[in-house]
Design a protein around this ligand. Structure first.
Ligand code: ADP
Ligand code: MG
Length: 639
């Protein structure tokens, strides 16, 4: 089975990720870069394209042949485009499907995206040491059929078999481990990337996400913040230049200068997400003039806060469409590189009235506490621009069927059950059940006038209770009654966090006890493997033990009934009584063949002796039945 990878084909950046030994990872290219700018440069007709960082570098130099933000045009027609949409540095055709003329040829957007995807395919194939041909590719939730089909075609042109087109917010939620939330959960995904903003509201039901509302702005993102900073810096530069060069004509901006400024502005903006100030240096910005400036986070925030505030009505609109209020949300997650900005985090926390805050590092997917108090919890990650790709990789691994063995948090690694009569394991939740999961069973008492029952919770694959791991034990008390009359219901529930809740209820009185066991899924991989291997190795012995113990229980019950019968019927024929006693003795002797660890014995002999005793005591059982009937009728005054 070949590997399936996950790809975030972004407007500004694209990434490829995969699940390796259960861990989702972003795959870096030969130069160690995890993010590939979604930029393609065509150096000349029939010459190989440049993709990623090198293409980005020549964007200002060769604007007509360096294509960026092509995602905006995927599967779209010229007539659909607004005036703003057409504002790119390269030319577009004017009729029918959007195409980009380069060196006398017209390229469809998917052909250009295919160049980016082909690079990612080369990178991941090289890293794995084998050709990768299958992928899950993400698209914005609002993409229509035509846009999705174009994305799929892009994948195929790049040599992929596209296994699924996945919604970006769904992928992000998977990456944050939100598929493990409670039975129904609502999640808002706030995605602010380089050139687009999306707010999606997802509803999770039994591990399946549905996008219930989505709103956004295809022309709002980190690039706009960069532009604000460029304008601001340019103002200072012109002022400074005029001060140093009195009487000279004003400075004029040109594409090369603009590109350099834009790069510096973005670097400064990124730095200001972690630092409160940054020293900008642009040596020889124009001949004979160097520029230096100290920029603070405060200034950046003042320059850009109105841009971030533009997302507010879009978020509110999505909530209104979903007929929800912020307090109906369980989680809010931040996606997209621009959400690293502290201002954005504060803004979102405030807008959604978030009450909790959790930051994940590394590969996300830590699982979350579904218990909330009031408002939603805000989830942020150190690498919010990787969430979509990691989620796509997780979906890919699910499709490849590899996840069951790999991500222990999603399934129960070992069976869970109770110790029952005879020291056997009674499985309630079998191994590899997807969590959350619930299961229950009714138990009855084995002894007359029993007042309590021991609930012994076990984990493992072996037939005998003592060969499994004990997770804990407690007793449930109930009103004493004849054997078999009391009924105790036991329910196991493993929640989304892998915690096992055991509930035991006396059916008659409704009195119940609930005990939370330690995590039922967070067990050491090696120990799980050992347990499973041992259960396979011991399968035959284990089965023999179970059959012996079951027969022993039956023998003990029959013997007890026989003794009761003999005691109750004092007028039995002497010869018959001796025959019954001999048959009972044979059962006792067969039982005595049991080995020291009470695990096994002469099973055929035991079985044969039980059937003879059954056979011979049938008249006795009939008489007992008659006597019981007579007693009952007398009691009711019928005879
Ligand atoms: P897209 O989904 O559009 O491809 P990304 O999620 O890669 O975009 O986000 C790219 C944007 O995130 C860029 O504008 C970039 O400047 C911005 N960005 C990346 N890192 C940071 C950071 N540390 N602080 C602020 N903005 C950042
Ligand atoms: Mg994105």
């Amino acid at each position: 089975m070949s590997k399936i990878v996950g790809i975030d084909l972004g407007t500004t950046h694209s990434l490829v990720a995969m699940v390796d030994s259960g861990i989702p990872l972003v795959v870096a290219d030969g130069e160690g870069r995890r993010l590939t700018p979604s930029v393609v440069h065509f150096p000349g007709l029939d010459q190989p394209t440049w993709v990623g960082v090198p293409a980005n570098h020549v964007r200002a130099l060769h604007p007509a042949t360096t294509i960026y933000s092509i995602k905006r045009f995927m599967g779209r027609r010229c007539e659909e485009l607004g005036e703003k949409d057409r504002q790119v540095d390269y030319p577009l055709n004017s009729q029918g499907l959007v195409k980009v003329p380069v060196h006398g040829r017209e390229y469809l957007p998917e052909e250009i995206s295919a160049e980016v995807l082909a690079k990612l395919r080369r990178d991941v194939s090289e890293s794995l040491g084998e050709p990768v041909t299958r992928a899950v590719i993400t698209v914005p939730a609002y993409f229509n059929d035509a846009q999705r089909s174009a994305t799929k075609r892009a994948g195929e042109l790049a040599g992929f078999q596209v296994e699924r087109i996945l919604n970006e917010p769904t992928a992000a939620a998977l990456a944050y481990g939100l598929d493990k939330l409670g039975e129904t959960a609502r999640v808002a995904v706030y995605d602010l990337g380089g050139g687009t903003f999306d707010l999606s509201i997802l509803e999770l039901k039994q591990g399946v996400f549905q996008v219930i509302a989505t709103h956004g702005d295809t022309r709002l993102g980190g690039d706009d913040l960069d532009q604000r900073l460029v304008d601001y810096l340019w103002g200072i530069i012109c002022h400074e230049w005029a001060r140093q060069n009195p009487g000279k004509p004003q400075l004029e901006i040109h594409p090369g200068l603009r590109a350099r400024l834009r790069e510096a502005a973005e670097q400064a903006k990124i730095k200001l997400s972690s630092d409160t100030g940054v020293d900008l240096a642009l040596p020889f910005l124009v001949p004979g003039f160097s520029f230096q400036h100290h920029l603070t986070r405060d200034v950046l925030e003042q320059l850009t806060h109105d841009l971030i505030a533009r997302t507010r009505p879009l978020c509110l609109q999505a909530l209104a469409d979903a007929r929800l209020q912020t307090s109906d949300l369980d989680q809010v997650i931040l996606v997209g590189g621009q959400t690293r900005m502290p201002l954005v985090r504060r803004f979102v926390a405030d807008l959604f009235q978030c009450v909790e805050f959790s930051e994940t590092r590394g590969n996300l997917r830590l699982g979350h506490d579904p218990h909330k108090s009031g408002g939603p919890a805000l989830n942020v990650s150190q690498n919010p621009d990787e969430a979509v790709a990691l989620g796509a990789a997780i979906q890919a691994e699910i499709l490849a069927g590899g996840l069951n063995n790999l991500l222990l948090l999603d399934v129960t690694p070992l069976s869970l059950g109770l110790e029952t009569f005879g020291g056997l394991m009674n499985v309630l939740i079998p191994r590899n059940s997807t969590i959350p999961v619930k299961a229950g069973e009714l138990f009855t008492t084995a002894v007359d006038q029993q007042k309590s029952m021991l609930v012994h919770v076990l984990q493992g694959e072996r037939e005998r209770a003592r060969d499994n791991w004990s997770l804990g034990r407690f007793t449930i008390e109930f009103a004493p009654a004849a054997r078999g009359l009391a009924r105790v219901g036991v329910q196991f529930e493993i929640d989304a966090n892998g915690i096992l809740h055991v509930l035991a209820r006396d059916i008659q009185t409704g009195r119940q006890t609930t005990v939370d066991m330690r995590s039922a899924v967070d067990v050491d991989d090696g120990a799980v493997q050992q347990m499973v291997e041992e259960s396979v190795e011991n399968a035959f012995t284990d089965l023999a033990i179970r059959r012996w113990v079951e027969s022993r229980l039956k023998a003990e019950a029959t013997l007890a009934a026989t003794r009761e019968g003999l005691a109750a019927c004092t007028d039995l024929d002497g010869e018959y009584r001796r025959q019954v006693q001999a048959a009972a003795k044979e059962v006792e002797e067969a039982l005595a063949t049991e080995t020291e660890d009470r695990g096994n014995g002469d099973l055929p002999r035991l079985k044969a002796s039980i059937s003879s005793l059954d056979e011979i005591t049938r008249p006795l059982a009939d008489r007992l039945m008659d006597q019981a009937m007579e007693a009952m009728l007398k009691q009711r005054g019928i005879i």
